[in-house]
Write a protein that binds this ligand. Structure first.
Ligand SMILES: *[C@@H]1O[C@H](CO)[C@@H](O)[C@H](O)[C@H]1NC(C)=O
Ligand SMILES: *[C@@H]1O[C@H](CO)[C@@H](O)[C@H](O)[C@H]1NC(C)=O
Ligand SMILES: *[C@@H]1O[C@H](CO)[C@@H](O)[C@H](O)[C@H]1NC(C)=O
Ligand SMILES: *[C@@H]1O[C@H](CO)[C@@H](O)[C@H](O)[C@H]1NC(C)=O
Ligand SMILES: *[C@@H]1O[C@H](CO)[C@@H](O)[C@H](O)[C@H]1NC(C)=O
Ligand SMILES: *[C@@H]1O[C@H](CO)[C@@H](O)[C@H](O)[C@H]1NC(C)=O
Ligand SMILES: *[C@@H]1O[C@H](CO)[C@@H](O)[C@H](O)[C@H]1NC(C)=O
Ligand SMILES: *[C@@H]1O[C@H](CO)[C@@H](O)[C@H](O)[C@H]1NC(C)=O
Ligand SMILES: *[C@@H]1O[C@H](CO)[C@@H](O)[C@H](O)[C@H]1NC(C)=O
Length: 465
């Protein structure tokens, strides 16, 4: 009789802790777009997607108010710039918690409070100061929450995959030597003591796109069939790249003496489009990756990873929308599940219940093999002429020689048109600076093309892949 009661109690405790870390998929609500639906429309869309959680990159009061009374579990973020001051001043930590948590909690189900975003990936002198201030700031925020008797908000900090320096084989996983002892070890100590999560951003797209000849695309998309890799250091067998990446971090944590800190995937996804030179960024792969990821993360019983079988890993997909104000290569603006008008880019069921055959056929992937040939960087359609003038000046002004042939009497002077001159200037700039991270973007004024804009004796420079 008594045993029965005890085990019932035990079971309900288990059920409680499982509810707290349910396998419901979350979505990252990024807002770096000038054409996105309102917060209220966005929350409706998040509900329509059947997400269980939403992660913000700030603590926007309008959004937090709108989330009150919904069933969505919410993750909010302390901005990177606020970390150093908070780390040395409890009053500031208390103020942050009052303004951004207490005003909304508990009606808004804030469950994760993330301190900074990918803090350890920035590397100026000031950024490095933030590294050392990170855990002290987390402790102060924790102290504030504790003073208010709030126990169901976990404090963490999302880190990019560049925190590990050796990732292959997974058993060889090691944290970067510059942060391992001074930052990661105290972080793990904090997370272990507070029973929080190590939040990790995991993108198999990046290692695959850096090395498409060596890594099987299907393996990166969770559809490798019988393709496996056995880690000689652990004898664990892998069936996809995601598990390999995650386990390298588990092994790195284990080496620092924290084998049991829980893991949450704060961002993952696959781009649905990108520049011509960015193979594999397409709707087919994006849908395949996200659907398979959701299946894995919502499966019952949970599958976990080879190093941690059977464990639930709270996961947030990046991102809700394609965000047109992100800079960098084309993929950066195409991580969304939804177009900015709120339409799905492809069908996806975040509950993982919908079977594969109920989806409409996806458009065939046309760029899974890296493009071979010449690419030019030219003016995009329908751009603002005033802005184009400034971009032309910028492109020509970086080094001498970029635009010499555009002067009167030179090969590319005629036709005397802003577009024709900008086509030359953008290409010439891109060819010179691509190796140093220069992109063919110019704030949306430029796009890559395989159509040669050369004319007459004017030969426009190109990148050859
Ligand atoms: C941090 O504190 C210093 C000194 O009080 C202040 O000048 C600075 O503006 C603060 N930084 C931020 C990001 O609030
Ligand atoms: C901490 O921050 C509060 C609020 O901004 C400020 O009044 C106080 O002077 C700061 N304390 C220290 C030691 O800097
Ligand atoms: C393990 O990582 C180290 C670098 O941290 C590297 O030198 C070594 O080759 C790796 N081992 C294997 C088996 O790849
Ligand atoms: C981590 O937390 C567990 C559970 O509280 C504890 O048993 C263990 O000793 C902790 N590990 C370290 C290295 O502090
Ligand atoms: C995997 O292997 C099994 C047994 O060897 C075979 O029947 C099956 O067709 C294979 N599946 C794929 C997707 O290759
Ligand atoms: C892996 O398996 C082989 C063969 O069964 C065994 O000899 C070896 O000791 C195992 N290694 C580890 C790290 O478990
Ligand atoms: C939404 O935007 C996409 C991409 O621009 C477009 O294909 C689609 O037709 C739009 N849907 C609606 C309902 O406007
Ligand atoms: C073009 O850009 C300029 C500078 O940003 C801006 O002032 C102007 O309103 C824009 N024109 C149009 C038609 O959008
Ligand atoms: C280009 O050359 C001129 C004259 O030699 C020089 O004054 C200028 O600084 C140079 N500009 C750049 C961007 O190198």
């Amino acid at each position: 009789m008594e045993m029965g009661l005890v085990s019932l109690l035990f079971l309900s405790l288990l059920a409680f802790s499982n509810a707290e870390i349910s396998s419901k998929i979350g979505v990252n609500y990024g807002q770096l777009g000038n054409n996105l639906p309102s917060p209220s429309q966005s929350i409706d869309l998040i509900k329509t997607l059947k997400a269980g959680r939403v992660k913000l990159y700030d603590a926007n009061p309008e959004i937090l108010n709108l989330l009150a009374g919904t069933k969505l579990q919410v993750s909010i973020m302390v901005p990177n710039q606020a970390i150093s001051n908070i780390s040395s001043n409890q009053t500031l930590a208390d103020e942050w918690v009052r303004t951004n948590v207490l005003r909304f909690y508990p009606e808004t189900m804030i469950r994760f409070l993330l301190v900074g975003n990918e803090v350890l990936s920035f590397n100026s002198d000031q950024d490095r100061q933030t590294w050392y201030d990170l855990v002290p700031a987390m402790r102060r925020i924790k102290h504030s929450l504790k003073n208010h008797n709030i126990r169901n908000i976990k404090i963490g900090t999302p880190l990019a995959f560049d925190v590990v320096e050796s990732t292959f084989p997974p058993s060889n996983g090691t944290f970067r030597s510059d942060i391992s002892i001074p930052v990661i070890k105290p972080l793990l100590q904090f997370l272990n003591t507070t029973n929080s999560f190590f939040f990790l951003d995991v993108y198999p797209y990046f290692p695959w796109s850096a090395n498409p000849a060596e890594i099987n695309l299907d393996y990166a998309l969770f559809k490798g069939g019988n393709l496996t890799y056995t880690d000689p250091g652990s004898n664990l067998t892998y069936t996809n790249l995601f598990d390999q990446m995650v386990d390298s971090v588990i092994f790195a944590m284990t080496k620092l003496g924290f084998p049991n800190v829980r893991l949450s995937i704060s961002e993952t996804g696959w781009p649905n489009a990108g520049d011509i030179e960015q193979a594999g960024a397409n709707i087919y792969n994006s849908a395949t990756y996200n659907r398979n990821l959701i299946q894995k993360m919502t499966s019952k019983p949970p599958v976990g990873t080879p190093a941690r079988p059977g464990v639930v890993i709270p996961t947030f997909i990046f991102a809700l929308y394609d965000e047109n104000q992100k800079t960098g290569p084309g993929t950066e603006r195409h991580w969304g599940l939804l177009y900015p008008n709120g339409t799905g880019i492809y069908e996806v069921d975040l509950t993982g219940i919908r079977p594969e055959f109920e989806y409409k056929q996806l458009p065939a992937p046309l760029n899974n093999k890296p493009y071979k040939g010449k690419i030019w960087c030219v003016v995009a359609r329908g751009v603002n002429i005033t802005e184009l003038g400034s971009a032309l000046t910028y492109a020509c002004g970086q080094v001498n020689g970029t635009c010499d042939v555009l002067f009167p009497g030179k090969e590319c002077y005629r036709p005397v048109s802003l577009i024709s001159h900008a086509n030359y200037a953008f290409s010439s700039y891109w060819v010179q600076f691509r190796g140093q991270g220069g992109t063919c973007y110019f704030n949306g004024l430029a796009v890559q093309t395989t159509r040669d804009p050369s004319h007459g004796s004017c030969e426009v420079p190109s990148v050859t892949l």
